[in-house]
Design a protein around this ligand. Sequence first.
Ligand SMILES: NC(=O)c1ccc[n+]([C@@H]2O[C@H](COP(=O)([O-])OP(=O)(O)OC[C@H]3O[C@@H](n4cnc5c(N)ncnc54)[C@H](OP(=O)(O)O)[C@@H]3O)[C@@H](O)[C@H]2O)c1
Length: 282
Amino acid sequence: MQAQIIDGRELAKQTRIKLKKKVNSLYEQKSKYPGLTVVLVGDDLASAAYVRNKEKFAKRVNIISNTIRMPKETTKEELLDVIEKLNNDNDVHGILVQLPLPKHLDESTVINTISYEKDVDGFHIINSGKLLSGQDSLRPCTPTGIIKLIESIGVNIEGKNAVVVGRSNIVGKPAALLLLEKNATVTVCHSRTRDLGEVTNKADILVVAIGRAEMITGDMVKPGAVVIDVGSNYTEDKTYGDVKFDEAVNVASFITPVPGGVGPMTIAQLLENTVKAFELYG
Ligand SMILES: NC(=O)c1ccc[n+]([C@@H]2O[C@H](COP(=O)([O-])OP(=O)(O)OC[C@H]3O[C@@H](n4cnc5c(N)ncnc54)[C@H](OP(=O)(O)O)[C@@H]3O)[C@@H](O)[C@H]2O)c1
């Protein structure tokens, strides 16, 4: 039997509908709308496309969205100066510096210069620490979206064997922490994992964030598993996930498509975080 497709676009749309109502009711209290500023350094085409989408969807929920575009030669001092100004701007509640940055700019320094109260990507060291210790915080968007996708299909995460392939700070590690918080038994795999297929075959919930097109084949998926494919691997004509969809769809019980799965929920969570920052600290 074929797996059911988890429709990330629809879930993101429902999320935005709720969020717009919340934003409008916050406006009644504060006479102000939340403000999100995205800083884009350089001319990476994929980044520019992400940023356009973020602007488009922010406007739909009445978030005042602004993008600062800076040339790829921007110095560390120039970028940090822009961030400091945004930190001190009372109309800006969320700041997002689009990654990756040009090589000469240290991402960690840049991210940790953003006020943690405006860090809507949830990557600041304080927000990472709060996540690790189970405190409420601005949490990374993609992993939060992953949990919502799993919960949207009525799957109870508690007690499940969850396998996360990938251990990046922005996806793999926080996704593992969030699954652990939901009481899954979590295994994290990476490039040095021996016999990856043996591990993934034990997963009731399989989250894949590698960045290699179609690396997870159908025989690596446990029958009936829930498969969340985070990968976005661009070619000229198509975007591929990290999972070989045509095979996995015949083995899994639920699966996210690429595109249309995790991506839309990442943006929806960014909007959620902006509204949360506005509510908590605005
Ligand atoms: N849809 C969205 O909203 C969204 C958001 C973020 C990312 N993404 C996509 O998700 C993918 C992953 O992103 P990322 O930022 O987490 O990537 P990343 O920082 O490059 O991390 C990739 C991870 O995959 C692991 N890996 C690489 N080769 C492997 C192999 N052969 N076997 C097992 N593990 C392997 C790496 O292991 P090591 O640590 O050992 O090197 C690393 O932990 C990319 O395609 C990215 O475009 C999508």
